[in-house]
Design a protein around this ligand. Structure first.
Ligand code: ADP
Ligand code: MG
Length: 291
């Protein structure tokens, strides 16, 4: 009983979530007006878990992804990627995280690519100085996209081709957390399915956690969890087990969309625990109904 002491894995990596957001707030400060894009996000993603991020335009999806990518610091709350607190991390550590741990595909595929270079050169550029990267992974994706032997520069590619290349580039570094903002928005159904099959297969193989913004329920269905954002908050989460409201850090419970019109804001309700695991919400009686 003496040997095991020195053999501990560093920082018990398996227990550290891929992503942990707690009370995450982000406010854009523009001249004259502030826009609160994230209003208290609590979210934990396990290593290897795939999560879809849904929600209407303007609900904060891209802001969340950009903050998780370490591109913008949050205004308040915490965001940690594999245990690194992005709000407090030094720029050097953020750079290392972006290079070795995160795979990033921002909205608008071409923003992720070198426009005057071809597919191969874009992958090579992404893999510079990243020993864990893999041209094999990129080749798999480029093959699926029909871009492997293609030497056209990115600017001559179709939006769909650019999108597939951007995903190949993001995955080629073999990230532990892939962040992708609407990665299939330009693809037809066949390309979308082909790309998703590969994405899921490679992510499974490599144990890559995925946070993926999409408007497409079919894309979301390929992830293990779907988080719905509404006005900068998590409105609802869906898993294979069902759809759920998520209790916020402040104890608030967002109503399901379908009930919002009937149960408007300011309405008084009583909430009682009626049985273990069960709450009852009842509208307060409005005065004047009795005679
Ligand atoms: P989504 O990706 O869900 O469409 P965004 O994260 O892009 O939503 O935007 C969330 C909110 O923040 C919106 O009200 C949007 O107008 C605002 N917003 C986004 N980017 C900026 C910015 N750079 N400056 C000011 N406001 C912004
Ligand atoms: Mg967006």
């Amino acid at each position: 009983m003496s040997a095991p002491l020195a053999r501990r894995p560093p920082a018990a990596a398996a227990d550290v979530p891929a992503l942990r957001c707690a009370g995450l707030v982000h406010v854009y400060r523009e001249a004259g007006t502030d826009v609160a894009a994230l209003r208290g996000i609590d979210l934990e993603v396990e290593p290897g878990q795939r999560v879809a991020l849904l929600g209407p335009s303007g609900s904060g999806k891209s802001t969340l992804l950009t903050v998780v990518a370490g591109i913008m610091r949050p205004s308040a709350g915490t965001v940690a990627v594999f245990g690194t607190d992005l709000g407090n991390a030094r720029e050097r550590n953020l750079r290392r995280l972006r290079a070795g741990t995160l795979g990033l595909m921002l909205q608008g595929a071409s923003t992720n690519l070198l426009l005057h270079e071809g597919a191969g050169a874009n992958v090579e550029w992404a893999l510079r100085g990243i020993p864990s990267g893999s041209t094999r992974v990129a080749d798999q994706l480029l093959d699926a996209a029909g871009l492997r032997a293609d030497d056209r520069p990115v600017r001559e590619m179709s939006p769909a081709e650019q999108q597939m290349l951007a995903l190949a580039v993001a995955m080629s570094t073999r990230p532990r957390l892939l962040l992708a903002d609407e990665p299939t928005s330009q693809l037809d159904d066949a390309d979308r399915d082909r790309l998703l099959d590969l994405l899921v297969e490679i992510a499974d193989q490599q144990g890559t956690a995925v946070l993926l913004v999409t408007h497409d329920e079919l894309v979301a269905a390929r992830m293990q969890r779907s988080i719905h954002l509404r006005d900068g908050r998590i409105g609802e989460e869906a898993t294979a087990a069902g759809r759920y409201a998520v209790i916020g850090a402040d104890g608030s419970i967002p109503l399901p969309e379908a009930l919002r019109a009937e149960w408007g804001s300011g309405r008084l309700v009583s909430i009682d625990a009626v049985a273990p695991g069960e709450l009852r919400i009842r509208g307060a009686e409005t005065g004047g109904d009795h005679d």
